[in-house]
Design a protein around this ligand. Structure first.
Ligand code: MLT
Length: 418
């Protein structure tokens, strides 16, 4: 009789965004005339940059010609793309990242989950609370979270998964976690932050890097939203921080900056200087393990999509990507201003496409979600869906058309003016 991975039974019933979609679909079915505006999942709405489309069309033509046709590509990604990424995203910012340390993939969500394949199952793992749910759920699936919910550690004793260390990020600590007092082996950091829209200063990141090096920890640095940073003093990459090559893996994506959520292209940086301990106490290069993992379980991103991603670095592509980012950040500004004027406490939305809102009148996150959906026909994301410390907060995404954002703000401010 085939048995299952019992860890899946420990997962919460549904992943956050499908659960939201389920509720929204039920509402839409019951209210067919409602004009629902979706500011929930951070999915882009504006078309792919013309430079990317042109490059992909050309790549399709390449595939129709025996001389330029491509079969399997390199598992790590084509060198012409990795070299551009290394030069433009990293070396131009003074980061010592070589093209050989870049692994092109079909998404940061996959990479954040898959990376656990190369780590042991006895690591102590820290996540912020609230947090992008993929970090938690993939650790539950891998059996890293103990047998039950609960736990006795004061930081965990909040109905969360035993075996994970939760670092609360709230308005009180400016949405930046306190460095743990105990040693932690794997640490997930996401800056600009999903869901709170906060950023980390150079000093804060340096403190994490110093901590990680002192404890032999590895930082998983999710920089999927780095392109939305507007403050020139905020680091875009963990490798801008001294010592990070000894302790950090960075995840990046073309999804949010270049509109690739449906096209799929991302990258992970694993410096060759990174090591982890084998059971016999020896140091093993993580790059070698990740390369082995990817070349066994992954056949690379399609040639066509990689040509599209390459076009992001052309002059035309850069201008078009900047216009997309400016567009969404103007949406974020409108959301912040309208909600602030309505008397709501808002955070984020300055260096990130997410606005984090304190729910009015002490409403729970899900109550506010239901209220907003039923009275304004606007969808957001309940803060508690990102963790216990997100209770009483609500995330509004800036990814939508200007018309929809303005209309949604008009509806919300009319109903919720404090
Ligand atoms: C979000 O809304 O948090 C993101 O769209 C999720 C993701 O990028 O997977």
């Amino acid at each position: 009789m085939a048995t299952i991975n019992n860890n899946y039974l420990k997962l919460k019933a549904g992943y956050l965004f499908p659960e939201i979609a389920r509720r929204v679909n039920a509402f839409a079915e019951a209210n067919p005339d409602a004009k629902i505006i979706r500011l929930g999942i951070g999915d882009v709405t504006e078309p792919l940059p013309a430079a990317c489309r042109t490059a992909m069309i050309k790549a399709v033509e390449d595939m129709g010609d025996r001389d330029s046709f491509k079969g399997y590509g390199p598992e790590q990604g084509y060198a012409w793309l990795r070299e551009k990424i290394a030069a433009r995203d990293f070396q131009a910012r003074g980061c010592e990242v070589d093209a050989s340390e870049i692994f092109v993939s079909d998404g940061s969500k996959c990479d954040c989950g898959n990376i656990l394949d190369i780590f042991g199952d006895r690591n102590t793992i820290a996540v912020t609370d609230p947090v992008y749910p993929v970090y938690v759920d993939t650790n539950v699936m891998a059996g890293h979270t103990g047998d039950a919910n609960g736990g006795t550690h004061p930081a965990r004793n909040r109905g969360e998964y035993e075996g994970l260390i939760y670092l609360p990020i709230t308005a009180e600590n400016n949405f930046t976690a306190q460095i743990p007092s105990q040693p932690v082996d794997l640490i997930y950091l996401c800056f600009p932050n999903n869901p709170t829209g906060s950023t980390a200063t150079r000093e804060h990141l340096q403190a994490w890097v110093d901590y990680a090096r002192a404890n032999g920890s590895i930082i998983f640095f999710d920089a999927a939203y780095e392109a939305f940073i507007t403050d020139p003093n905020i680091p875009h990459s963990i490798y801008e921080i001294e010592g990070a090559r000894e302790c950090a893996i960075e995840f990046r994506s073309f999804s949010k900056n270049a509109g690739f959520t449906g096209t799929r292209c991302a990258l992970t940086v694993v410096p060759k200087t990174l090591t982890g301990k084998a059971a016999d106490g020896s140091d093993v290069e993580l790059w070698k393990l990740w390369n082995r993992r990817q070349s066994t379980k992954f056949n690379g991103v399609s040639y066509i999509v990689q040509r599209g991603a390459e076009a992001v670095y052309s002059e035309e592509g850069q201008t078009q990507v900047k216009a997309l980012i400016d567009f969404y950040m103007e949406n974020a500004r409108i959301i912040r201003e309208k909600l602030t004027a309505a008397g709501l406490a808002v955070y984020g939305g300055v260096n990130a496409p997410y606005v984090w809102v304190k729910t009015p009148s002490g409403l729970s996150s899900w109550d506010f979600f239901d209220r907003l959906l039923s009275t304004c026909n606007v969808v957001g994301t309940p803060g508690s869906g990102f963790g216990a410390a997100g209770e009483g907060y609500f995330r509004i995404s800036a990814f939508n058309s200007r018309e929809n954002v303005e209309e949604a703000m008009q509806r919300i401010t009319a109903k919720f003016k404090m």
